[in-house]
Design a protein around this ligand. Structure first.
Ligand code: AMP
Ligand code: GLY
Length: 428
């Protein structure tokens, strides 16, 4: 096959490095551009200094560089209308319209859709008035689940254990507009293991990816503050094939159909953040894009041509053959800057990547005169593949030992849910 295709990947984190890596394996792809990219994408793509939310500049670049396909990573670019602008200009783009992106950007939109189409999720009420919200929360059991209704960079969800905490969170969200002018969704508190189910959606057709699990807390044993994700792995022993099929039929496929019925068809990734509760699998949240760090463990398993899939989704065509995935297990450990998710330093030298046997996806790195340095909170993700979780875990931590940097930390227990054979049913 002749390599002729020119692809633009929008974004600059580990997720985009993994997307670029999948496209780099396609025999059709001749050239990849990454805007803005990072030091990792620079090895397989040409980085372009355009911010991921600068829609007019990205459009101009795609037109002037005869880009055949644009693949969007971050939600901010979708919420800024990149999908609409490219479609209006007749350019194929893998990424939803702004209206369809509401499935992620507005909690209330997602909740209303799920209620209307009988998609299982936690019960809820939404408020724009502080006193009414507080009165409602005061009359209910704790913990209280409070969600700001808009994009809040992962910080818009508070699980308040006490009424004081709930009062403070409602004050931040409704009186002080810490995230902007939005409503607050108050949800029932659910329990059980969480997992991520991502699908490619080209309007009505829905193609599942392997399941994965993220590790949101900063420290071992799921302790410490919530982060963007400290590691992930595939092959979840606590989700049966029946669970997976039910989640696919009742949640992912039904949601794609619902979005069509609402006149807002999806065109990109639908990410279900799901929980296996004692009452069945329910939606915790939807995202309108690839998860990060889930993508870094899922896309390495892709055996089909990534260009065919992304292009089919972008142009609304059904795939002509099933998507092939490796049966192996992947496990990835994030190396983050000391202090993350709070304040952290940048510019610390990173050495030893050339000695790693598995993959390293770069999340927050830059190249300076004397080499690779840290430039973000999450810096690297080391991903290993194996026949079992144990094997993949040993390989990943062995690779981590080869990397030296004086300002990074990581969790030592990625995939503990799978390895400890932990109680797999939801807590009763
Ligand atoms: P979200 O940003 O919506 O994914 O929420 C962040 C985290 O809060 C989730 O990963 C869950 O661990 C937790 N969470 C969100 N909603 C609920 C809920 N209804 N019940 C229990 N935990 C929740
Ligand atoms: N890993 C969670 C997310 O991408 O939102």
């Amino acid at each position: 096959m002749q390599s002729t295709k020119r692809v633009l990947v929008v974004g600059g984190g580990g997720r985009e490095h993994a997307i670029a890596d999948a496209l780099h394996r396609s025999p059709q792809v001749a050239e990849i551009f990454c805007a803005p990219g990072n030091a990792g994408t620079a090895a397989i793509a040409q980085n372009v200094p355009i911010k991921d939310g600068d829609v007019p500049a990205l459009l101009e670049f795609a037109q002037s560089h005869r880009i055949d396909l644009t693949v969007v990573g971050p939600e901010a670019a979708l919420a800024a209308g990149i999908g609409d602008a490219f479609r209006a200009a007749g350019l194929p783009i893998f990424g939803h319209t702004k209206a369809a992106t509401q499935i992620e950007s507005s909690k209330e939109f997602a909740k209303k859709l799920m209620a209307k189409y009988d998609i299982p999720t936690a019960g809820y009420r939404s408020f724009d008035n502080y006193d009414e919200a507080l009165a409602y929360v005061s009359g209910r059991p704790l913990p209280a689940v409070l969600k700001y209704d808009g994009l809040a960079a992962g910080k818009g969800v508070v699980i308040a254990e006490t009424l004081d905490e709930a009062r403070q969170a409602l004050k931040d969200m409704l009186l002080d507009s810490a995230f902007g002018q939005g409503r607050v969704v108050v949800e029932d508190f659910l329990t059980g293991p969480e997992f991520s189910f991502m699908c490619f959606v080209n309007g009505r057709d829905v193609y599942p990816m392997p399941l994965s699990q993220d590790h949101k807390r900063a420290f071992d044993g799921d302790k410490g503050p919530n982060t963007g994700g400290m590691g992930a792995y595939t092959s979840l022993p606590f989700i049966t094939e029946d669970d997976r099929q039910l989640a696919f039929d009742r949640i992912l496929r039904r949601t794609a159909e619902a979005m069509c019925a609402e006149g807002q068809p999806l065109s990109g990734v639908l990410y279900g953040g799901l929980m296996k509760t004692p009452a069945g699998i329910k939606v915790i949240e939807f995202n309108a894009r690839f998860g990060d760090p889930e993508t870094e463990v899922v896309l390495p398993l892709l055996q089909s041509d990534a260009y065919d899939i992304f292009y089919g989704v972008a142009t609304g065509q059904a795939l002509t053959s099933p998507i092939a995935w490796s049966e192996e297990v992947t496990l990835g450990v994030v190396m983050a800057s000391q202090g993350y998710p709070g304040k952290y330093e940048k510019g610390h030298a990173i050495r030893g990547l050339e000695n790693v046997q598995g993959r390293v996806f770069q999340m927050g790195t830059a190249i300076k005169e004397d080499g690779l340095v840290t430039s973000g909170g999450r810096v690297l993700m080391v991903v290993a593949t194996g026949k079992s979780h144990r094997e993949a875990q040993e390989k990943a931590y062995h690779d981590i030992e080869k990397i030296s940097c004086d300002n990074l930390f990581f969790r030592h227990d990625i995939a503990h849910w799978a390895l400890e054979g932990k109680e797999i049913e939801a807590e009763k």
